[in-house]
Design a protein around this ligand. Sequence first.
Ligand code: 5GP
Length: 238
Amino acid sequence: MKRNEILKDRISVREYAADNQKFVIEEFTDSISVFNGIKMADIEGKGEIMAAMAEELGCYLRTKGIEARFVERISSNEILCLKTEIIPLEIVTRNIVAGSMAGRLGIEEGLRPGNTIYDLFYCSPELENPLINDHHAVALGFAGYDELDEMYSVARKVNGILSVLFDRAGIALVDFRLCFGKLPDGRIVAASEITPDTARFWDKETGERLDKDRFRMDMGKIGDSYRSLYQRMKSVLQ
Ligand code: 5GP
């Protein structure tokens, strides 16, 4: 499939139009950024690990009945995806308190709540992707209540499937962010990949972080940790 014009130019992922209108091509770059692009670096081989992880998890979730925009990996660092109408909402599913939730509520990272937490964010970089709720989303016309139910249901299923998978590799799926898109027939599908850039993964025994927090927190060994996460995931997928 040929790559045409750039549709989205983000630091770690670029989206291109494909020559077939039904698809888009996602290219994972070697770059990493946090704090709205204020802190950036290049990690050799990162794009390839991200594409490999997107492929493995995309295929695995498909076998479990999760509908997503992922179609297939088409090169070392590119994947083919179905073109969807993007819904400007993200659900962050949290099994363990970390990151913005810990900061916002003054809770120490690592607390395991008795229930899974689902945070709804409005994707608006200008507004720094604010936390909103279902009623805001409906009032602003981003989705109906039934569509929100569908999105929470997908997030819950993905969480169940991937928590079990990573647990087998001795890794806790702490949280992850999921975006959604609408297919031409109106079906809502998962429209982002689960990678260490969009999810938190902690080693269950040592608590070692295997995700983007290593970069946020200047912990180093980012490439090694991403590779280790991928290898451990792959070993339990076989
Ligand atoms: P938090 O809300 O705690 O900062 O992030 C929750 C989860 O969503 C983390 O796994 C984090 O990596 C992911 N996440 C939050 N914001 C973004 C974002 O703007 N882009 C991406 N790719 N992932 C995000």
